[in-house]
Ligand binder design. Structure first.
Ligand SMILES: Cc1cc2nc3c(=O)[nH]c(=O)nc-3n(C[C@H](O)[C@H](O)[C@H](O)COP(=O)(O)OP(=O)(O)OC[C@H]3O[C@@H](n4cnc5c(N)ncnc54)[C@H](O)[C@@H]3O)c2cc1C
Length: 376
């Protein structure tokens, strides 16, 4: 089996396959010099499937026993743990657990078929199955998307509260949609500050937003030496045609963002990537391209059905709320008890959770909400 793309989804899948099928001829192909790129992946404990707990522990996440949100008129702190894993940890684990003949770095695929991969140098690798885990590469055909985009800078600075992550602080001018700052004390002396926007368009002026991050850090007394910078433009799923995104006759199995496996409202995918890696490695063999294409597309269709409620909320967020009023939707959401919030982020709200999320005084105009709800 060949997995093309050693980012989050491809690397986790390779780790699970290598553990459960030590005799499977496996090759993980990554274009970059290391696995995982330049990311910090954050997640709640409740996002991690039980079967993947050992794998996550091996990634040695930074862990905060509590986290906090701030909106004007609402501040809440939750005794619910939040965690972060850096790409270096994923890179180190892949190198430790895969044999050197099971991966190739600095190897870019120029062509991918269900049973063969051609590398840019012209080499062709044949396999019983090739999985496409090449991650996001621009617009996703057939899908109506909003965007969560951000720039983050890690500063050498003393964290005022090293045991608490601020996952949303929206007490800021609301520019380019819903805007908030995210503050993660990665250690007592290192703090990640991110300026984030839920916007209609994917354009991100990295230099401009990096300047705002520096201002936000300075205002909080955190603007020390800059250690690293990251940015992201993540898709938020509003609607669309799943069959256009992933036609039924597509013979290529997919994982990760390539397969639409992301949380529809946050664009995050750490929990889903773990879930899919565990499910894939638990499939009865032998693996071949047709079986994996069928499995992965069916899994995407299930994910599409399970995200119906999230698409509805996203329509409220992007179609019913004025961009500079979107913060009200999040503030309203954060009135809920912690267990309901946790199930929402884990992508598993109960019917009662859904009813509670939609109840109460609507944070958007009623007419606009109804128009957003009846759109598909
Ligand atoms: C900066 C940033 C921070 C994020 N933070 C979080 C977070 O906190 N929590 C969370 O859950 N999600 C987060 N996300 C969202 C999401 O989890 C990530 O985007 C995630 O990495 C997506 O996983 P993936 O495997 O689909 O794609 P990627 O991780 O991007 O992996 C794709 C890989 O394929 C490789 N590749 C591409 N083309 C080729 C080719 N032709 N040949 C060989 N290799 C190829 C790339 O080099 C890359 O390594 C973040 C995203 C970004 C960009």
């Amino acid at each position: 089996m060949v997995i093309v793309g050693g980012g989050l989804a491809g690397a986790l899948a390779a780790l699970c396959l290598a553990r459960r099928h030590p005799d499977l001829p496996l090759l993980l192909i990554e274009a970059g010099p290391g696995f995982g790129g330049n990311h910090t992946w954050s997640f709640f404990d409740s996002d991690v499937p039980n079967a993947a707990r050992n794998l996550v522990a091996a990634l040695e996440p930074v862990r905060w026993p509590r986290h906090r949100v701030h909106f004007s008129g609402r501040e809440r702190e939750f005794a619910v743990a939040y965690n972060s894993v850096g790409a270096e940890a994923l890179d180190a684990l892949v190198r430790a657990r895969l044999r050197p003949d099971q991966y190739r770095l600095n190897a870019s695929a120029s062509h991918i078929g269900p049973t063969e991969v051609t590398l840019t140098g012209g080499e062709t690798i044949r396999a019983r199955a090739v999985i496409d885990a090449r991650g996001p590469d621009g617009p996703m055909p057939g899908l109506e998307l909003g965007w969560q985009k951000f720039v983050g800078i890690e500063f050498a600075a003393t964290a005022p509260e090293p045991d608490c992550a601020t996952v949303m602080d929206a007490r800021l001018p609301q520019l380019d949609g819903y805007r908030f700052v995210y503050v993660l004390p990665m250690s007592a002396q290192r703090v990640l500050v991110e300026d984030t926007y839920y916007s209609n368009g994917p354009d991100l002026d990295i230099a401009l937003v990096a300047g705002r991050v520096r201002d936000l850090a300075a205002a909080r007394g955190l603007a020390g030496r800059e250690l690293r910078q990251e940015h992201g433009v993540l898709p938020i799923l509003i609607g669309g045609d799943p069959d256009r995104f992933w036609p039924s006759d597509d013979p290529l199995p997919r994982l990760g963002l390539k397969g639409g496996f992301f949380h529809a409202t946050t664009g995050y995918s750490f929990g889903l990537a773990l879930q899919l890696a565990e499910e894939l490695s638990g499939l009865p063999g032998p693996f071949d391209a047709a079986m994996l294409a069928g499995w992965s597309r069916a899994r995407f269709r299930r994910h599409w059905r399970e995200t119906r409620f999230f698409r509805l909320l996203n329509r409220m967020l992007f179609h019913a709320a004025a961009p500079d009023r979107r913060d009200r939707i999040f503030s309203h959401f954060y009135r809920l008890p912690p267990d309901r919030i946790a199930r929402f982020y884990a992508g598993k709200p109960s019917y009662t959770d859904m009813a509670r999320i939609l109840s109460g005084k609507p944070p958007v105009p009623v007419g606009a909400a109804i128009r957003a709800l009846v759109r598909r």
